[in-house]
Design a protein around this ligand. Structure first.
Ligand code: ZN
Ligand code: ZN
Length: 271
């Protein structure tokens, strides 16, 4: 079965409406679609506002009724680690770290290359590994803090790091930070996503997370799912094939598939 649980719409920073995403999902042969709008986070322009959340929920639930029998639709949220917890139930949550707090300031890992470099200079004494260590400390706590079922884009800090231009991901300090986060998460019964979002936007040539991380996750028995973090209709199934191949080459034979009864394992398939 073909499913994408990580999608954004005009309710947050996506380009298309939920209806357009549903129509594209059908056109691209998905069996199931999950909406994961960015949870409200005061002071940001890429998240939903608290006041629009009821409308988001209503619209997705209406589409779910309208498309019953054609497309299975799920109401989710990409729950930022710094957002207040949702006060309504969701079918699933993706727990994500996009920034780390330095005092009151949110220092982003994924906003732009420039702001990432600026963050390293201003807050981590010019040491990219120190930024990475703080980022993975937060990632390690994301399931506990958000109650998510899926951990989003584990190594998002590498969004602007194609070819290790900024951060040396072979450095023992980096690897220790990543493995420490996985260790923390391993008792939480969470799914890791293979996320092609940065590929679709031209920042990376491979999905999150890096293959060595996925291999370590496999050894630690983390289940996975494949998502595209789509912010538009054309990226709804972007590079799913490559993601599935990477999962296979890292030892995975199954992905997790959300049903009305919860997540079930399914045989890994190519698209
Ligand atoms: Zn995200
Ligand atoms: Zn996202």
């Amino acid at each position: 079965m073909r499913q994408n649980l990580h999608t954004h719409t005009t309710f947050c920073d996506g380009k298309n409406t939920p209806l357009e995403m549903v129509q594209a999902a059908l056109a691209q042969g998905l069996d199931s679609l999950g909406f994961s709008g960015h949870s409200p986070l005061p002071g940001t322009d890429w998240c939903m506002n608290q006041s629009t959340v009821p409308e988001y929920r209503r619209e997705i639930l209406e589409l779910r009724e309208q498309y019953k029998g054609e497309l299975e639709i799920f109401l989710g949220l990409e729950q930022d680690i710094l957002s207040p917890l949702p006060d309504q139930p969701y079918d699933y949550l993706i727990g994500s770290v996009h920034s780390v707090l330095r005092g009151e300031e949110m220092v982003y890992v994924d906003e732009s290359r420039e702001s990432f470099l600026q963050g390293i200079q201003s807050w981590f004494g010019g040491d990219p590994l120190a930024f990475a260590e703080e980022y993975y400390r937060q990632v390690g706590t994301v399931a506990q803090k958000t109650g998510c079922q899926i951990v989003g884009h584990l190594d998002l800090i590498c969004k602007f790091n194609q070819g290790d231009q900024i951060l040396d991901t072979s450095h023992p300090r980096y690897q220790k930070a990543v493995l420490g986060a996985l260790e923390e998460l391993s008792s939480r019964n969470v799914i890791l996503e293979i996320n092609t979002g940065a590929m679709s936007r031209g920042y990376r040539t491979q999905p999150y997370p890096a293959p060595w991380i996925l291999k370590a996750a496999r050894e630690m028995k983390f289940p996975i799912c494949i998502t595209s973090d789509a912010h538009s209709t054309e990226h709804l199934t972007f590079a799913f094939d490559q993601a599935a191949q990477m999962a296979g080459s890292c030892g995975y034979q199954e992905t997790m598939y959300l049903t009305k009864q919860g997540f079930i394992p399914e045989r890994l398939q190519t698209f």
